[in-house]
Design a protein around this ligand. Structure first.
Ligand code: BMA
Length: 363
């Protein structure tokens, strides 16, 4: 799914079109290329897609009820973008670290694709060195899984399991479903074993390279690789080569009622994103955000809206509403005091949910 391969194939297609006197058919684009085109079209049309993590799988105090969704119950539609988590898949587990069965997850990915919506996947990978989870802050893990490291083969096995799962994400016609994939996210912090403190910039790039090359070589042409630029990084240093990523995203959370800090953080990260957008000519998004338990009144309209209106972002994704932790929710749900505010947010003409994705993102 390298950009230069795309350019080459576009050139071949254009030539074919000239010789056959017909226009290039979008059916010949890879699933990833089609999704990138949709994302770019949405930005050109100045719409922002609303996203929610794990939306139809579970919500505030409920889980696995077919067709249920906290967002649906508040706004009358599913989110345009659904985020999913695969941590634990690489161990051969049948359920994710959040207890979600991967078979059920596949079905919901297919449902979201079928309704015209967009899927994105994050991966809180377990620590291959200690066996603990991804928050196991620990040096030498990345070194141990790179080529020559003692866990390299083990890591390739894990990549293989993840790749096999991605290869199983197919639509009714047997076509691979496009996915925005966000591996090795939030590497600017130190809370994950791939965090900034735990590996050099070069090792991080090698980790990305290994992941990208392995998965691509196994035939995954449905992944839109999303890289998170690092604030303060004066570029090109940690950033993967341009042909190894397709879009850019940031994650930013509001701590308890700390609105000012959140604003400053989002503004500076968006500035960085736009700088990268310009430099690399790739679409951008707010790939994770939220304020746990939504303590700030009218948070969506008064805090989020001023930050995102007029910004050239593809989507904004609010983090999950856990079924088993009553305080751990980032999106509105039926009965919560933020309901009206979230409805107003979604009623803005430029905020779109699942039913409008095709209309605004397909040419
Ligand atoms: C975190 C929290 C955790 C969860 C993880 C992966 O931000 O929501 O409870 O396990 O994401 O989904």
């Amino acid at each position: 799914m390298k950009r230069n391969i795309r350019i080459l194939s576009t050139a071949i297609l254009s030539l074919a079109a000239i010789t056959s006197c017909s226009s290039p058919n979008s059916a010949t684009l890879s699933p990833a290329d089609k999704l990138i085109e949709k994302i770019e079209t949405g930005i050109e049309n100045k719409v922002i897609m609303v996203g929610h993590q794990d939306d139809p799988l579970y919500g505030h105090l409920w889980k696995y009820e077919p067709n249920r969704s906290d967002v649906l119950e508040v706004i009358g539609d599913y989110p345009a973008v659904m985020g999913w988590e695969i941590g634990g898949l690489e161990l051969g587990n049948t359920e994710s670290l959040d207890g979600v069965p991967f078979d059920l997850l596949r079905t919901e990915i297919q449902n979201q694709h079928q309704r015209g919506g967009i899927n994105t996947i994050s991966w809180h990978a377990f620590n291959p060195l200690t066996g603990s989870d991804s928050w196991d802050e620990c040096p030498e893990v990345v070194t141990s899984i790179l080529e020559g490291g003692k866990n390299h083969e083990m890591f390739l096995d894990r990549l293989s399991i993840v790749t096999n799962y991605f290869l199983s994400l197919k639509d009714q016609n047997g076509e691979l479903i496009p996915i925005i994939f966000r591996p090795w996210h939030e590497h600017d912090g130190n809370w994950f074993w791939w965090g900034d403190k735990w590996c050099t910039h070069q090792e991080y790039r090698q980790l990305w390279d290994l992941t990208y090359n392995y998965m691509t070589s196994r035939g995954l042409n449905n992944l839109v690789w999303c890289y998170m630029p690092m604030p303060g990084d004066d570029a090109l240093d940690k950033t993967p080569p341009t042909e190894q990523f397709d879009m850019l995203g940031i994650d930013a959370y509001q701590g308890k009622d700390n609105v000012e800090k959140y604003r400053d953080n989002v503004i500076s990260k968006l500035d960085l994103l736009k700088e990268y957008k310009q430099r690399y000519n790739k679409p951008i998004a707010i790939t994770e955000t939220g304020s746990e338990s939504l303590p700030t009144e009218n948070w969506f309209m008064e805090v989020v809206v001023p930050l995102i209106e007029d910004q050239p972002i593809s989507y904004v994704l609010f983090w999950r509403n856990a079924w088993d932790k009553p305080e751990h929710f980032y999106c509105s749900y039926k009965g919560h005091s933020s309901e009206d505010d979230f409805r107003k947010f979604n009623a803005l003409p430029y905020i779109i949910s699942a039913k409008d994705v095709v209309k605004y993102t397909e040419k």
